[in-house]
Write a protein that binds this ligand. Structure first.
Ligand SMILES: [Mn+2]
Length: 295
């Protein structure tokens, strides 16, 4: 956490998507904590930052959601390059592509070149929905089921928090256990990799399916930065040009635990589940999230 004091950005770039501000499942406090502790030269917001669909259903704008917007505007004003690629839940903002808004560059898609010289296409990912064949009825059932899952996720994690256990994504766990869901995820990933290959690029960064991942698909680097509803993940490029996934929910829990241990009023023992090796060296390695249980 000491990196916040240093002047130089810690990362060349960070990618965040699917924050879903305005949706009650959004973990805005984790996003804010991440932004405060991870200075970067460039922040790419890869879509579904604001959930306009959810806001239309019922207006919800808590202070924590507003704080994320303020923080992004402040970072852009203070010299961080902030690029916003709208997704499908904020597709109304696609009208603004090609413009700057409060120093934030809004683009339909972009290409990032890493320090190692890898060229990565950046799109939200709803472009590849066609690859995941499912009818409107199926989609509705999926959405209702997903809302229920997220509801259980929220309450389950409130309980886990009380018990001093780290954040854990039920939806991520279920998605990886159900064969159909796994198949749909694989089809999406393959379509994304094919698009990068078609354009002669080295890889792709997207979000949309709330499924964090970094892997090679037929020689193309497929990166999904995940989301801030379930997995609380960001993709980062370190100064050497290496790409990693950072799982911030768990890390924050560790930090919170340390504070609690130092505070006699709220003293609580630091629970062992938080202390995974990766969480002990949070900025040096790729964390396997819940993956150690489900993959
Ligand atoms: Mn999306």
């Amino acid at each position: 956490m000491q990196r916040a004091d240093s002047q130089a950005p810690f990362y060349n770039a960070v990618w965040l998507s699917d924050i879903h501000l305005g949706y009650k499942g959004c973990r805005a406090e984790f996003v804010l904590d991440f932004l405060e502790h991870n200075p970067a030269r460039t922040i790419y917001l890869v879509g579904d930052v604001v959930d306009i669909w959810a806001l239309r259903r019922s207006f919800l704008w808590p202070d924590s959601h507003h704080a994320v917007v303020k923080k992004l505007i402040q970072l852009a004003a203070d010299g961080t390059r902030v690029v916003y690629i709208p997704g499908n839940h904020d597709e109304r903002c696609r009208d603004l592509c090609g413009r700057f808004l409060l120093n934030i560059e809004i683009l339909r898609e972009a290409v990032h070149t890493t320090a190692e010289g890898k060229r990565l296409l950046m799109v939200h990912g709803d472009e590849f929905d066609h690859a995941v064949r499912c009818g409107p009825l199926h989609r509705l059932a999926g959405e209702l089921g997903y809302d229920l899952l997220l509801f259980l996720n929220r309450w389950g994690n409130r309980l886990r928090n009380r018990l001093g256990l780290p954040y854990w994504s039920l939806a991520y766990y279920v998605k990886n256990r159900v064969a159909n869901a796994r198949q749909a995820i694989r089809a999406f990933e393959a379509a994304a990799a094919r698009e990068a290959a078609r354009r002669g690029l080295d890889g792709i960064v997207c979000g949309h399916i709330h499924q964090p991942e970094i892997r090679s698909i037929d020689g193309i680097l497929y990166c999904n930065d995940g989301d801030w509803v379930e997995s609380c993940t960001a993709l980062v490029e370190n100064r050497e040009g290496r790409l990693e996934l950072v799982h911030w929910g768990d890390l924050r829990q560790v930090v919170k635990g340390c504070h609690a241990a130092n505070d006699p009023d709220t003293a609580a023992p630091l629970r062992l589940p938080s202390l995974r090796p990766a969480a002990m060296a949070p900025f040096a390695s790729t964390l396997p999230h819940n993956g150690d249980q489900v993959r």
